[in-house]
Design a protein. Structure first.
Lengths: 112, 114
């Protein structure tokens, strides 16, 4: 089975600063998708950003962007101009074949 | 907007009880999933389904079963609840297989087994 590793259980960032959350994965497939999900405290998990493996260009969604390094199997999430509402648990996910595989999550604290 | 509704936000049951967790989605998605979420372990897949009356085991199916009699509804069943099944349970749905579409999640059910 594919594995997804998030090596940072907790991260913190000052409001308005930039933070990068790390994610690595292991796969032998060439066609797959990668996702970052956000789960605010006691709230629903929602999609933040997605990246197709065959696209070299890094995905961007407003203040959120990824650094996708296919050869290194790395998929980090950068949050620019951090806001208090960004405080949440962030999960990296791999989608290949028939299943999704999730990392263990990174809890992000935003310091006012 | 996709809506995935889980029947209960909080549930308390006793050891040995048969427990039903219900999930309904309103976007005609073919795929539905049940996960449990535990601190430090992330999301672990229990069962998934790609069609009505179809089910596949995930990574941790022991002690659980599922039912999908209608496309919009996917039920998770704890046959005989045990304390180690105390957890947050998340239901998710996504469009058809192979489309690499993201999953849409419900609010979760926090289940406590006493």
């Amino acid at each position: 089975a594919q594995t997804v590793t998030q090596s940072q259980p907790e991260m913190s960032v000052q409001e308005a600063e930039t933070v990068t959350l790390s994610c690595t994965y292991d796969t032998s497939e060439s066609d797959y998708y990668l996702f970052w999900y956000k789960q605010p405290p006691s709230r629903q998990m929602i999609l933040v950003i997605r990246q197709e493996a065959y696209k070299q260009q890094n995905a961007t969604e407003n203040r959120f962007s990824v650094n996708f390094q296919k050869a290194a199997k790395s998929f980090s999430l950068k949050i620019s101009d951090s806001q208090l509402g960004d405080a949440a648990m962030y999960f990296c996910a791999y989608h290949g074949g028939n299943q999704f595989y999730f990392g263990t999550g990174t809890s992000l604290t935003v310091i006012p | 907007d996709v809506k995935v509704t889980q029947s209960s936000r909080y549930l308390v049951k006793r050891t040995g009880e048969k427990v039903f967790l219900e999930c309904v989605q309103d976007m005609d998605h073919e795929n539905m999933f049940w996960y449990r979420q535990d601190p430090g372990l992330g999301l672990r897949l229990i069962y998934f389904s790609y069609d009505v009356k179809m089910k596949e085991k995930g990574d941790i199916p022991e002690g659980y079963s599922v039912s999908r009699e209608k496309k919009e509804r996917f039920s998770l069943i704890l046959e005989s609840a045990s304390t180690n099944q105390t957890s947050m349970y998340l239901c998710a749905s996504s469009p058809s297989q192979g489309a690499h579409q993201p999953q849409h999640f419900g609010d979760g059910t926090r289940l406590s087994i006493l």
